[in-house]
Ligand binder design. Structure first.
Ligand SMILES: *[C@@H]1O[C@H](CO)[C@@H](O)[C@H](O)[C@H]1NC(C)=O
Ligand SMILES: *[C@@H]1O[C@H](CO)[C@@H](O)[C@H](O)[C@H]1NC(C)=O
Ligand SMILES: *[C@@H]1O[C@H](CO)[C@@H](O)[C@H](O)[C@H]1NC(C)=O
Ligand SMILES: *[C@@H]1O[C@H](CO)[C@@H](O)[C@H](O)[C@H]1NC(C)=O
Ligand SMILES: *[C@@H]1O[C@H](CO)[C@@H](O)[C@H](O)[C@H]1NC(C)=O
Ligand SMILES: *[C@@H]1O[C@H](CO)[C@@H](O)[C@H](O)[C@H]1NC(C)=O
Ligand SMILES: *[C@@H]1O[C@H](CO)[C@@H](O)[C@H](O)[C@H]1NC(C)=O
Ligand SMILES: *[C@@H]1O[C@H](CO)[C@@H](O)[C@H](O)[C@H]1NC(C)=O
Ligand SMILES: *[C@@H]1O[C@H](CO)[C@@H](O)[C@H](O)[C@H]1NC(C)=O
Ligand SMILES: *[C@@H]1O[C@H](CO)[C@@H](O)[C@H](O)[C@H]1NC(C)=O
Length: 435
């Protein structure tokens, strides 16, 4: 009966029964009670159904969402699988390409070796047979092509072979190598220890004798720990090359006109050769920390912002050198010449200069010379305006006709230790009477 009623209630809302006048109070109560139960049940049922409807609706939505999620998931999984397959295929392809490239480079090397062997057998070990000029030309041409096609490891192998047969060493007859490596692509070649690697104390690297590398492109090359006996790098490109811990063991080292931007000479030690020439080289941003160089010519070189911290230069020439903003902290320079040198803005804190002359328009404008020690140096005719000489020791040093105007940190005691101030402009602008 409830179920039936329920069904009816579902279809239509209960119509209000008109209340007729004249019924007794009891009849009213009875009627209300009779009606109230199904109405209450009906209302409850509607509410319940509503809730159920809501529930089933959210269930449906939930299922839809799950289905959708599953679909999305399937798509994602499929996509991931596809991408993964692609990646694997790509990797395989790269591996294949790498292997092919490797084989091709190996083939280039073998082909070159065969060519050279044949040529040497035909034209003699010095390529000085009947056809020597043609032989040298062909050898150079083939060598340049070979180097340009090889990776750094094979370049090093080929280089050492050519060095062993003395084709790339100085030949007194030509004042060059038999096979000139000018413009050869020797970039990234490692002929010593790997770049920037640690060097154990007492390490003795291989020694290259009479190597002739004029004009070669040795960008990023490493000579770390190598020893040189007679070597020429004239006009070579040596940007970013590593000469750390190199030593000289022969008569001359020639870096004239080379490009040594950002090159590294950390702990390099050149003091045996009587001729060490860097004339015209470009050293911008070079790392020359702890570099020891004796009898070295830096005339007309450009070494802006080079870091020479703790370097030691003895009997060196810095004529017309551009050393703007160099870091010369704790540097030790002895018996050397600075002439028309631009040392503007250099950081010379704690440096020691001994028996060194700074002459003819050398500029030290704004240089930080605090804690510097000048022992019997000569700063005649130099421009030191705006420098910092806080706690500088100027013992026996001459400042003849020099401009010290605007220098900070100079006191009477320091000035009294100088050898001469005649004709100079003092920090406060006072001009000292010339002698
Ligand atoms: C080629 O050079 C070698 C080694 O310097 C020498 O012994 C030889 O006589 C030279 N040959 C010719 C044809 O000049
Ligand atoms: C040299 O090495 C640097 C990284 O140190 C690299 O960016 C540059 O391409 C290299 N140059 C050559 C010519 O290989
Ligand atoms: C070094 O080069 C000079 C000049 O070319 C030469 O006289 C000398 O013999 C060479 N030293 C060695 C060890 O070959
Ligand atoms: C110069 O080299 C020194 C010693 O290696 C280092 O402490 C300093 O930071 C360097 N200065 C610059 C500006 O690179
Ligand atoms: C000082 O350097 C010059 C070359 O600039 C050299 O001839 C001379 O022997 C050196 N003197 C000393 C004491 O080292
Ligand atoms: C020295 O440097 C200062 C500051 O740059 C400049 O004003 C002056 O003309 C320069 N020359 C001389 C000879 O002092
Ligand atoms: C010295 O340098 C100052 C600038 O710092 C300049 O005004 C002055 O003229 C210079 N003195 C001489 C003698 O050149
Ligand atoms: C001069 O050098 C001293 C010591 O290095 C430093 O404390 C001071 O700040 C410097 N003065 C100027 C003006 O740079
Ligand atoms: C400066 O040199 C004189 C002799 O030339 C010497 O007596 C004195 O002790 C030296 N002073 C310093 C601080 O080196
Ligand atoms: C300039 O400085 C010098 C040395 O410190 C001093 O003897 C002189 O009296 C000063 N001149 C002026 C005008 O302050």
């Amino acid at each position: 009966m409830i179920a039936k009623n329920q069904k009816q209630q579902e279809r239509c809302p209960p119509t209000p029964i008109p209340v007729k006048a004249g019924h007794t109070r009891f009849e009213w109560l009875k009627l209300v009670a009779t009606l109230a139960i199904p109405v209450a049940i009906g209302v409850f049922t509607i509410m319940n159904n509503f809730q159920q409807m809501n529930l089933s609706k959210s269930q449906f939505e939930n299922q839809l969402r799950i289905a959708n999620d599953n679909r999305q998931n399937d798509i994602r999984v499929a996509e991931e699988a596809r991408v993964n397959d692609l990646r694997i295929a790509q990797k395989d392809r790269e591996k294949d390409l790498q292997m092919a490239d490797n084989q091709q480079k190996q083939a280039v090397l073998i082909e070159y070796q065969n060519f050279l062997a044949e040529l040497l057998l035909k034209e003699g070990i010095r390529l000085n047979g009947s056809n020597s000029e043609a032989a040298r030309f062909v050898a150079r041409f083939k060598t340049l092509t070979g180097f340009s096609q090889l990776n750094p490891e094979r370049k090093a192998f080929l280089f050492k072979s050519l060095y062993e047969v003395k084709l790339i060493t100085n030949n007194d007859e030509f004042e060059s190598a038999i096979v000139s490596l000018a413009s050869a692509d020797l970039t990234n070649i490692i002929l010593g220890l790997p770049r920037d690697s640690d060097v154990l104390p007492g390490f003795k690297g291989p020694c290259f004798t009479n190597l002739h590398l004029s004009g070669a492109d040795l960008t990023n090359a490493s000579f770390r720990g190598v020893r040189f006996s007679n070597i020429t790098f004239a006009n070579a490109v040596l940007d970013n090359a590593d000469f750390g811990y190199t030593e000289d063991a022969g008569k001359f080292i020639d870096f004239q006109g080379s490009s040594l931007q950002s090159a590294n000479f950390f702990n390099a030690n050149y003091k045996v050769a009587y001729y060490i020439q860097f004339q015209g080289a470009k050293f911008n941003n070079a790392r020359l920390m702890n570099f020891i160089c004796v009898r070295c010519g830096f005339t007309s070189t450009i070494m802006q912002e080079a870091n020479m911290t703790n370097a030691r230069f003895t009997s060196c020439q810095f004529i017309l050198t551009k050393m703007l903003n160099c870091i010369m902290v704790d540097i030790f320079i002895k018996n050397s010449t600075f002439d028309e040198t631009d040392l503007t803005g250099c950081d010379m804190r704690g440096a020691i200069f001994e028996y060194t002359t700074f002459s003819e328009k050398t500029q030290l404008i704004g240089a930080d010379m605090s804690l510097i020690e000048l022992r019997h140096c000569d700063f005649s005719n130099t421009n030191l305006s705006g420098c910092n000489m806080t706690r500088a020791i100027l013992n026996g040093t001459s400042f003849l006709n020099s401009n010290l105007s605007g220098c900070v940190g100079l006191n009477e005691w320091q000035l009294r230790q100088t050898k001469s101030l005649a004709g100079s402009t003092l920090p406060n602008g006072t001009l000292v009477r010339a002698k």
